[in-house]
Design a protein around this ligand. Structure first.
Ligand code: TXA
Ligand code: MG
Length: 350
């Protein structure tokens, strides 16, 4: 059955819809809602049957744990009995906001949430609709990104309808999300915090609060191995087209131009994700170009990234050519998503 789609106006009339959505969550149903990062597929976090429905709807392997969303930082006690100093520091700096901390799992949290593990991912989102839903539900809400497994995360309600329109009870449309990339996931269970997934909060911003913090760089190619190291799965955020991800130094731009010419010559339908500074690379070529904006505005590039991948998929391109935007700030997050979209195949210019 198609989901009920509710367009929120930001006015008082939203109140009734949010109250109903909270009721759907409390009763074990699925509600999609906007967050400041991407749209989330929400269910009652303490109801094991509701949690199982999420994995079904997404087609997500049970070995990949989901994030618990809370209305306020004070609620963290309901899902974890121990909050280490590192987590206290980071959450007081970045909550509400796009930071997920990994903590020891509290006994109330069903094992389906944590993929059978002893840790739980938790965040307080900054989006008014997400917070209003959490308050209306009165319970913690688990929410993975509201896409089918291994598709790019949804940044609009239309993306959600495309992936999950007939698999959920209700979709709350709050417009396009702000960051467009997911939260930064930081494991706070060890002596030194480790970033498991770079996200909307940069390494640089984290290090201003906690100078000693590491970045995990390993990935896993095999879906069945996710359990060993949640979140490391390589094939993720992938459009249907083959992604040709280029990196390199001075010759990078000419390598991209050459590749575009070769792909066109091979008779393939070619898409390209461009920054404005690279518009000249497509001159005279029959390619579908989607702009990520200026290199000087990586926040906008991040916000457009998943929507751009989906847009090129809708144009039925065979390949998507894209280049490294650097690893500074959000550049690292964008690189991480492109690397996964390319399933780890990186082309290097010489
Ligand atoms: O911005 C976000 O985080 C969005 C919005 C909806 O909040 N949610 C999201 O959820 O991206 P999802 O399920 O698509 O990604 C959650 C990530 C996965 O990489 C998962 O492996 C990791 O967090 N994760 C969750 N719980 C974990 C745990 N206990 N240990 C390690 N990694 C965990
Ligand atoms: Mg996801």
């Amino acid at each position: 059955m198609p989901a009920e789609l509710v367009r929120l106006s930001g006015g008082p009339s939203d109140h009734e819809a949010l109250a109903r959505a909270g009721e759907v969550i409390r009763r074990g149903g699925l509600v999609v809602f906007p967050t400041e990062t991407v749209y989330g597929l929400g269910a009652h976090a303490l109801d094991a049957d509701a949690v199982a429905k999420i994995f079904d709807a997404k087609g997500r392997p049970a070995g990949d744990p989901v994030i618990v969303h809370l209305a306020t930082a004070a609620d963290v006690m309901t899902v974890s009995a121990s909050v280490p100093e590192s987590a206290r520091l980071l959450t007081s700096a970045f909550w509400p906001g796009p930071l997920t901390v990994i903590l020891a799992r509290g006994s109330a949290v069903p094992l389906g949430v944590t993929a059978g593990g002893d840790t739980v991912g938790v965040r307080v989102p900054a989006h008014p609709v997400a917070l209003a839903l959490l308050r209306a539900a009165g319970v913690p809400i688990v929410a993975p990104s509201a896409n089918r497994f291994s598709r790019p995360s949804p940044t609009t309600a239309d993306d959600v309808v495309e992936d999950l329109g007939d698999r959920v009870d209700m979709i709350l449309d709050g417009g396009a999300t702000t960051h467009g990339v997911e939260s930064t996931v930081v494991d706070c269970t060890g002596a030194v915090p480790v970033v498991l997934r770079p996200g909307a909060i940069t390494m640089e911003a984290l290090r201003r609060v906690m100078p000693e913090i590491n970045l995990r760089t390993t990935v896993v190619r095999d879906t069945t191995a996710v359990l060993a190291a949640p979140g490391t799965l390589l094939k993720h955020y992938a459009p249907r087209a083959e992604v040709r991800l280029w990196t390199g130094g001075d010759s990078l731009r000419s390598a991209v131009r050459h590749d575009l010419e070769q792909q066109v010559a091979a008779g393939r339908r070619v898409g390209v994700l461009l920054v404005d500074e690279d518009r000249d690379l497509t001159i005279g070529l029959p390619v579908e170009a989607v702009s990520l904006g200026s290199l000087a505005r990586l926040d906008e590039a991040a916000a457009r990234l998943f929507a751009a991948l989906r847009a090129l998929d809708r144009l039925n391109v065979d390949v998507i050519v894209v280049r490294d935007l650097g690893r500074v700030g959000l550049g690292l997050t964008i690189w991480d998503r492109l690397y996964r979209a390319a399933e780890g195949r990186v082309l290097e210019s010489i």
